[in-house]
Ligand binder design. Structure first.
Ligand SMILES: Cc1cc2nc3c(=O)[nH]c(=O)nc-3n(C[C@H](O)[C@H](O)[C@H](O)COP(=O)(O)O)c2cc1C
Length: 212
C-alpha cells in the first residue's frame, strides 16, 4: 500500500522546492519558498537560514505546512512581496495544526518539527508529517534538477549547431554552462536520473568539441 508521501511522487534525497507557511508571533501567516527533502517515509528535512522569518517561526511554533505548487510566479511573489503587483495567493485553515496552508496548492503536508540542528548560518529542521493532502490529480513538486536538465539539454543541441558552424568559442561557452548545470544537479539530486542524464549530456558535448 502506497503511503501518501509516496503518492505525491516524491523521491528520497532530492531537493524539491515548496512554499512553507508558518505562523508569525502575531498569529498571522507567513509564506516563503524553502526547499525540502524526503529522508524516509516519515522524515522531511528543511534547510532554512537562521535569519529567515520562516526559521524563527518554525523554532517558536514547532510546526508548519509544506505547500506544493508548480507556478514559478508564486516563488517570485513570496520571495519579493513588495515587487509583486498584487497578492495572488491566500491562506486557508489546515486540518491538524494551527498554521494555515496556501489555498489552491497542488498538495500540502502539515508537519510538526521533531528536531532542529543549528549549523552556522544554516539550520537543519527535521519534520514529521501529520497530515498530507493531495489537492489535484497529479501534484508535481518542482526540483531545480528538472529546470537544470531542460536548460542543459537545450544548450547541448545548440553546441552541435555552433560546432557545425565552426564557432568553437561559442560551443565552449555553452559547455561551461552545461557543466554549471551538472554541478547544480549533482548538488540537489545526486545519483538521480537527472544526474545521469547530465553526465551523458556533458560526455556528448565534450565528444563533439574534441573532434575540433
Ligand atoms: C525556489 C527557492 C528556494 C529557496 N529555498 C530556500 C531554502 O531552502 N532555505 C532558505 O533559507 N531560503 C531559501 N530560499 C530563499 C528564501 O525563500 C528567501 O530568502 C526568503 O525571503 C526568506 O524567507 P523569510 O521570508 O522566511 O525570511 C529559497 C528561495 C527560492 C526562490
Amino acid at each position: 500500500m502506497k503511503t501518501t508521501l509516496e503518492a505525491l511522487g516524491l523521491k528520497p534525497m532530492i531537493i524539491y522546492e515548496s512554499i512553507i507557511s508558518t505562523l508569525k508571533p502575531d498569529k498571522t501567516p507567513h509564506a516563503a519558498p524553502i526547499g525540502f527533502t524526503l529522508l524516509d517515509d516519515q522524515t522531511i528535512r528543511l534547510r532554512p537560514y537562521k535569519k529567515t522569518i520562516t526559521y524563527k517561526n518554525l523554532k517558536r511554533n514547532m510546526q508548519g505546512v509544506i505547500n506544493i505548487v508548480s507556478d514559478a510566479y508564486l516563488f517570485f511573489e513570496t520571495t519579493f512581496p513588495k515587487h509583486a503587483s498584487e497578492k495572488s495567493y491566500s491562506f486557508e485553515p489546515a486540518v491538524k495544526i494551527l498554521t494555515p496552508r496556501l489555498a489552491g496548492a497542488d498538495a500540502y503536508i502539515e508537519f510538526e518539527v521533531s528536531s532542529i540542528k543549528e549549523i552556522n548560518e544554516l539550520c537543519e529542521v527535521y519534520c514529521l508529517p501529520v497530515n498530507t493532502v493531495v489537492g489535484c490529480l497529479r501534484p508535481r513538486a518542482i526540483t531545480r534538477a528538472e529546470t537544470a536538465l531542460l536548460e542543459a539539454t537545450i544548450h547541448t543541441t545548440r553546441i552541435k549547431v555552433f560546432v557545425k558552424m565552426g564557432d568553437i568559442q561559442k560551443a565552449k561557452e555553452l559547455l561551461q554552462r552545461i557543466l554549471y548545470y551538472k554541478a547544480l544537479v549533482d548538488r540537489v539530486a545526486p545519483e538521480s536520473r537527472y544526474a545521469s542524464a547530465l553526465d551523458k549530456l556533458v560526455k556528448y558535448s565534450e565528444e563533439l568539441l574534441n573532434r575540433y
